[in-house]
Design a binder for this molecule. Structure first.
Ligand SMILES: [Ca+2]
Ligand SMILES: [Ca+2]
Length: 288
C-alpha cells in the first residue's frame, strides 16, 4: 500500500530541487550577462622554498651594499612566509642600498629579466605583510615593473604611517602622493595591501593613463583601513608590465614578512593589448 506522506515528501523534495536548479541557472545567466568575473591568475602561500622559486625570481634584483648584513629574500617554510632582510645602517648617506626585490616570473622558468611575468594591463594584487617584533621596514608593491630603475612604487611607510605613491623612470625617482593612513602600523600585526592597476582613459584629458588604487587594512582591526589612488602615465603597460614586491628600510637594519599573494584579473583583453599569434605548436595537440 502507498504511503501518502512519503509521496508528499518526495514531491516536495523534487519541487525544491527543481526550483534550486532554476535559481542556479538564472544566477549563471545573470552573472554572465552583467559582469565579467575576475579570475585568480596567480596565488602563492610561501609554504615551500621550491614552490616559491617556481613563481618568484629571488636572485636577479637582490642588491647587497656595504660590508654588514646580507640583503636576502628567503622563505620561512615553518611559518609559510616570505622574509625580506638587509642591513642599511652603514649606508645612511649612500644611494646604494640593501634592496632585496622579489620579482614575479613566468611559472617554472629560470631567473632573469627575460623571464619576468608580464601581467595583463588591468589587475588587482593582494598581499599581506608584517613587521616582526623589534624590526623596521617599509612594504612595497611595485606595479608596471621593468627593472629596479623603471617601476611604480606603492609603499606602506611604517615610520610615518603613510601610504606613498612614487614612480621611477630610467632611474629618476619622483614622489607622486603621500596619503596618511590614519592609524599606526604596529609590529607583530598583519596588514593587507590591495593594489588595483588599470589602464584607462582619463576623462579630464581624454588621454590614456594608469589608475593605481591602493587599500591598506589592519587584519586585526578592519576599522583601520585606508585607500587612495593616483593617475599617472609615466610608465604605460606596453613599456613595462611586470610586478615585484619588496620589504626594505633605507637607513636601518630591516626585516619584513609577506604572505598570501593573489593576483586577480578580468580575462577580457583590453583593446591595446597585443594579440597573441597562435600556432598549431601552441595547442599541445599530438599530430595525427
Ligand atoms: Ca649589506
Ligand atoms: Ca603562508
Amino acid at each position: 500500500m502507498r504511503d501518502p506522506s512519503k509521496a508528499r515528501s518526495l514531491l516536495l523534495i523534487s519541487l525544491i530541487l527543481m526550483s534550486s536548479l532554476a535559481l542556479i541557472s538564472n544566477q549563471t545567466r545573470l552573472s554572465t550577462a552583467h559582469a565579467i568575473a575576475d579570475v585568480t591568475i596567480v596565488t602563492e602561500d610561501f609554504s615551500s622554498v621550491e614552490g616559491t622559486q617556481k613563481r618568484f625570481d629571488l636572485t636577479t634584483e637582490v642588491y647587497d651594499a656595504g660590508t654588514m648584513g646580507n640583503s636576502l629574500v628567503t622563505v620561512d617554510e615553518a611559518n609559510g612566509w616570505l622574509v625580506f632582510s638587509g642591513y642599511n645602517e652603514e649606508n645612511a648617506d649612500s644611494t646604494k642600498k640593501d634592496e632585496p626585490l622579489a620579482v614575479l616570473k613566468a611559472y617554472q622558468e629560470p631567473d632573469g629579466y627575460p623571464h619576468y611575468l608580464k601581467l595583463p594591463y588591468n589587475y588587482t594584487v593582494t598581499i599581506d605583510f608584517s613587521l616582526p617584533f623589534g624590526s623596521k621596514g617599509h612594504f612595497y608593491v611595485l606595479p608596471r615593473y621593468g627593472s629596479v630603475a623603471d617601476k611604480y612604487e606603492v609603499v606602506v611607510d611604517t615610520d610615518f604611517n603613510n601610504l606613498v605613491f612614487n614612480v621611477v623612470v630610467s632611474g629618476e625617482w619622483r614622489e607622486l602622493k603621500i596619503s596618511p593612513l590614519g592609524f599606526d602600523v604596529e609590529e607583530g600585526k598583519w596588514y593587507r595591501v590591495q593594489v588595483t592597476v588599470l589602464w584607462l582613459t582619463d576623462p579630464s584629458t581624454g588621454d590614456k593613463v594608469n589608475r593605481i588604487a591602493a587599500m591598506v587594512t589592519d587584519l586585526s582591526n578592519p576599522l583601520n583601513t585606508h585607500s587612495d589612488e593616483i593617475l599617472d602615465a609615466s610608465i604605460p603597460p606596453m613599456a613595462h608590465n611586470g610586478l615585484a614586491i619588496l620589504g626594505f628600510h633605507p637607513s636601518e637594519d630591516f626585516a619584513v614578512l609577506a604572505d598570501n599573494l593573489r593576483v586577480d584579473a578580468q580575462m577580457e583583453k583590453v583593446g591595446e593589448e597585443p594579440d597573441e599569434a597562435l600556432s598549431p605548436g601552441d595547442l599541445d595537440v599530438e599530430e595525427m
